[in-house]
Design a protein around this ligand. Structure first.
Ligand code: ZN
Length: 293
């Protein structure tokens, strides 16, 4: 991490993209697992996914949420442990592909699927987008090739993503090919036009990345995936309960991002940070608003 906490200016020629936020499924978790000084009441946790429409590159998804495949793939032991520990609720209508069809976008029209990481609540819909190219961090992909029962303990269901053919897979080598962007050491400008910057944010998983969407209007959206569960985590520099640490690949590395997010948000009034599992983000961007420019 570098010592400046500001992002480079957005070039006025940056192509404008449209962002829409969706949710595919919910799980349940105790509030104090997300923020340690909160009560032990149960919360409904969303699994957001994002559609970005780029004027040249077309339709792109950032993550796919849960899918109803979760039920089939966790029906038998040992995979049933996952649904016992984290009960999930999703209907056919809530699957990413079904929701996109409802707004007139067929699965074949999704050209790029960016997977922040391979956890079950991000890779649920992978199999529905057979025409897309999938972008995964190379370390994340390698980790995701372990034995299925071992991965289960880390929140992965290998069957959800292991059929992505080699010809449809782009592995992102952030450390080798990434360049610095503001305070971030390893980033990739996806279309080399300044609109979509992929930012390596390991810690929650071995190879998680976030997505910064730069708009020519000056607005920026930072899709944080699971770098934090709630905006509150970095704004108050508060982690989840002790137990919740077990959900992360490298807890210390994960919390090392908090103060950076906090300062970035303070330094950039037009920056909107969206964690994938924040119920407040669900209310604001899914329930109350269909499209954000
Ligand atoms: Zn995750």
């Amino acid at each position: 991490m570098r010592d400046t906490f500001t992002l480079p200016d957005i070039h006025p020629d940056t192509p404008p993209c449209e962002l829409q936020v969706f949710n595919a499924g919910f799980c349940r978790a105790k509030h104090h697992h997300l923020v340690k000084n909160k009560p032990k009441t149960t919360m409904k946790i969303p699994a957001l996914f994002f559609l970005i429409q780029h004027p040249v590159a077309g339709n792109l998804l950032f993550d796919t949420g849960y899918s109803t495949r979760f039920y089939a793939y966790t029906a038998t032991f040992p995979f049933s442990l996952m649904s016992a520990i984290t009960p999930v609720h999703i209907t056919d209508q809530e699957n990413a592909a079904t929701q996109l069809k409802a707004i007139g976008i067929a699965p074949e029209e999704i050209r790029h699927v960016l997977l922040s990481h391979l956890h079950v609540d991000h890779s649920g819909g992978v199999q529905d987008f057979k025409h897309a190219r999938f972008f995964v961090d190379c370390k994340e992909w390698e980790f995701g090739q372990r034995a299925a029962w071992r991965l289960l303990l880390n929140g992965y269901i290998k069957k959800l993503y292991d059929q992505i053919p080699l010809s449809k897979r782009t592995l992102l080598h952030f450390e080798k090919n990434g360049t610095p962007y503001g305070p971030f050491k390893h980033t990739i400008d996806l279309f080399q036009d300044g609109s979509i910057i992929l930012i390596s944010l390991p810690g929650h998983s071995i190879g998680q990345y976030g997505l910064l969407l730069n708009q020519p209007s000056g607005k920026r959206f930072f899709l944080l995936a699971d770098a934090v569960y709630l905006n509150e985590n970095y704004r108050t520099l508060t982690t989840g309960s002790w137990w919740s640490r077990l959900a992360h690949f490298n807890y210390k590395q994960m919390i090392s991002w908090f103060s950076l997010f906090k300062q970035l948000e303070q330094n950039h009034p037009y920056l909107i940070c969206i964690p994938s599992h924040d119920p407040a983000a669900y209310e604001r961007f899914v329930v109350s608003s269909s499209s954000i420019r």
